[in-house]
Design a binder for this molecule. Structure first.
Ligand SMILES: [Zn+2]
Length: 104
């Protein structure tokens, strides 16, 4: 039995490598909408953040999402994402315990 491989992703704010399910995905969709993707399955360019508000604030301060998504993310988008982030935080924490590792 070999141990199950846990997919790791890097948080764009603190640069830490974390198991994918510990991270919240932000996606830029093909029609240039930037949103939080709790399912992790939306198509587009993704960026990962720890499920912590402090990391979101860091990303906002450093414009980490701009770099990760290769797009200009305006302050109002950061603000909107931050609201979403706060809203999904609880759901995300609840999901973490139930979600199985997906393919990959
Ligand atoms: Zn982080």
């Amino acid at each position: 039995m070999k141990p199950r491989k846990v997919p790791l992703r890097k948080c764009v704010a603190c640069q830490e490598m974390m198991p994918k399910k510990e991270l919240i995905r932000v996606v830029k969709t093909p029609d240039d909408q930037i949103m939080i993707d709790l399912s992790g399955k939306k198509s587009g360019r993704g960026a990962y953040l720890c499920g912590k508000r402090s990391c979101f604030k860091l990303a906002k301060k450093n414009k980490s999402l701009d770099r990760a998504l290769k797009a200009a993310v305006s302050a109002s988008i950061y603000d909107a994402l931050e609201q979403d982030f706060i809203r999904v935080e609880d759901e995300f924490i609840a999901l973490k315990d139930t979600v199985d590792d997906d393919e990959e």
